[in-house]
Ligand binder design. Structure first.
Ligand code: PLP
Length: 398
C-alpha cells in the first residue's frame, strides 16, 4: 500500500503531535542501506542517520531478521525473569568494551543512560558534585539536562543541584571546579567528542590527563559515548582510540540499529557497589531491543564496520579538504563523526543538500554541519556528498 500524500501526513502529524521539533518538509517511509525514501518514492542518501543512529544502515537484513524472529517468540518481559537474548546481548556488549569494564545496565535512551551514570557516581563515591563540560550535551531528562552545558536547554528551573561546568579540553578548568567544590566531586562526565557543539575533539593528552586526575582524586571518569560508541570513531568505543578506560561509558543511538535502547557499561568495582533494587527500568533490556543490539554487534564485527568508519572517514575528510569548496574553513572529526565548518551560515547547507537528495545535520555551532552516516557508507557515496557540498557552497557562498 502506498503512503498518503505528504500534505495529509503533515496536517495529521501537526494536528496531533506536540510541536517540539523543527522538521524537514518530507515524510520518510522506507529505508534500505545508506538510503531512505520519502512518501513520493524519492530517494535520499543518508549522511545524518536520524541523529547518528543508523550504524548498520537502514533495515540491515540481519537486524530485521533478528527483530522479526524475536517478535514471533516474545516481544517483552521485564527483568523480573532471565532471558536468553538479554544474556547474549549483555555478553556481546561487554565483549566490545574496554578491558576491565565487565557489566552492563540496559535502559531505553541516552538521557536515561546518563541519569544512571550520575546516580552510580554518587552512590559509589558518596560525593555529590558532577563536573560536566560547557557545550556538552547529555539529554533532556532532569539530571542529563542539568549536566548539559548549553544554557538554552536548561530552561525549566530548578535544575538538579550539584552540577558544575568546566571548559572542554582544559584540565586546569576541571581542577578549578574540583577545588571550588571543596573536593566533593563524584564524577567528571563528558562527551569525549562534543558532537552537538560542532564536533569538537580535544588533544589526546587531555583525556589521559583527565584519567590521571580522576585516579588521583577518587573521582569517576564518565564518557558519554552515545554518539561516539559502537564503532563510529573507528574503534568499538572512542576510549579505545586513545587507550584509556573510563569508569562508566554511556551508550544509546546506534547500539540497536534504531530500536530504542540505552546502556551503561560499568567497571567491575563500581558494578559491585550497586545493589538489588537501587536502579531499574521496566523496558530496559527488553527482548526485542536486545535482539536488535546483538545483531548490531554481530554485523559490526562481521562487516568490519569499525575499519570502514576509520577508512571511509579518513577518505571523506581528505577529499573534503582537497576539494575547492567555497567558504569551507575546517573539516574535523574522527571516523564517521565529522564536522564541516563554513565561514558563512552552515544551516543553509542542510536544505541545500536536501534539495540535492542528501540528508545532513546542523549543529549548535551555526557555521558547522555534521556528517554522521551509516557505518556502511562507501566511497562513491562519499564522492557524491563532496560534489553536492561543493555545488551547494558555490550557490550559497561564492
Ligand atoms: N548524549 C549525547 C552525546 C547525545 O548526542 C544525545 C542525543 O542527542 C543524548 C545523550 C541523549 O540521547 P537520547 O535522545 O536518546 O535521550
Amino acid at each position: 500500500m502506498s503512503a498518503p500524500e505528504f500534505v495529509t501526513i503533515k496536517a495529521m502529524e501537526d494536528a496531533y503531535q506536540l510541536k517540539t521539533y523543527a522538521k524537514h518538509e518530507l515524510a520518510l517511509e522506507q529505508g534500505e542501506g545508506n538510503y531512505v525514501f520519502d512518501s513520493t518514492g524519492r530517494r535520499y542518501l543518508d549522511f545524518y542517520g536520524g541523529h547518528c543512529v543508523t550504524t548498520t544502515g537502514h533495515c540491515h537484513p540481519r537486524v530485521v531478521a533478528a527483530i522479526r524472529n524475536q517478535a514471533e517468540k516474545l516481544i517483552f518481559y521485564s527483568n523480573v525473569v532471565y532471558s536468553s537474548i538479554r544474556a547474549e546481548a549483555a555478553r556481546a556488549i561487554i565483549m566490545l568494551a574496554p578491558e576491565g569494564m565487565t557489566q552492563v545496565f540496559f535502559c531505553n535512551s541516552g538521557t536515561e543512560a546518563n541519569e544512571t551514570a550520575i546516580k552510580a557516581a554518587r552512590k559509589y563515591t558518596g560525593r555529590t558534585t558532577i563536573i560536566a563540560m560547557n557545550d556538552g550535551f547529555h539529554g533532556r531528562t532532569y539530571g542529563s539536562m542539568s549536566a548539559t552545558g548549553f544554557a538554552k536547554y536548561r530552561i525549566f528551573p530548578p535544575n538538579l543541584p550539584g552540577i558544575r561546568f568546566a571548559d572542554f579540553g582544559k584540565l586546569a578548568s576541571v581542577q578549578e571546579q574540583y577545588l571550588e567544590a571543596g573536593g566533593d566531586v563524584g564524577a567528571v562526565m563528558l562527551e569525549p567528542i562534543q558532537s552537538m557543539a560542532g564536533v569538537r575533539i580535544a588533544e589526546p593528552a587531555y583525556y589521559r590527563q583527565l584519567r590521571e586526575f580522576c585516579d588521583a582524586n577518587g573521582v569517576l571518569l564518565v564518557f558519554d559515548e552515545v554518539q561516539t560508541g559502537f564503532a563510529r570513531t573507528g574503534a568499538n568505543f572512542f576510549a579505545q582510540t586513545i587507550g584509556i578506560t573510563p569508569d562508566l561509558i554511556t551508550l544509546a543511538k546506534g547500539i540497536a540499529s534504531g530500536v530504542p535502547m540505552g546502556a551503561v557499561i560499568f567497571s567491575q568495582a563500581i558494578a559491585e557497589k550497586i545493589g538489588n533494587g537501587e536502579h531499574g527500568s521496566t523496558f530496559g533490556g527488553g527482548p526485542l531491543a536486545c535482539a536488535a543490539a546483538k545483531a548490531t554487534a554481530e554485523v559490526i564485527a562481521e562487516e568490519h564496520l569499525a575499519d570502514n568508519a576509520r577508512e571511509l572517514g579518513g577518505y571523506l575528510m581528505d577529499t573534503l579538504r582537497k576539494a575547492s569548496i567555497p567558504g569551507l574553513v575546517e573539516v574535523r572529526g574522527i571516523g564517521l563523526l565529522i564536522g564541516v565548518e563554513f565561514e558563512g551560515d552552515g544551516k543553509y547547507m542542510v536544505p541545500a543538500l536536501l534539495q540535492r537528495g542528501i540528508l545532513i545535520g546542523s549543529s549548535e555551532d551555526p557555521h558547522t554541519i555534521r556528517l554522521i552516516p551509516p557505518l556502511t557508507i562507501g566511497r562513491a557515496e562519499c564522492d557524491q556528498l563532496v560534489a553536492a557540498l561543493g555545488d551547494a557552497a558555490t550557490e550559497l557562498f561564492s
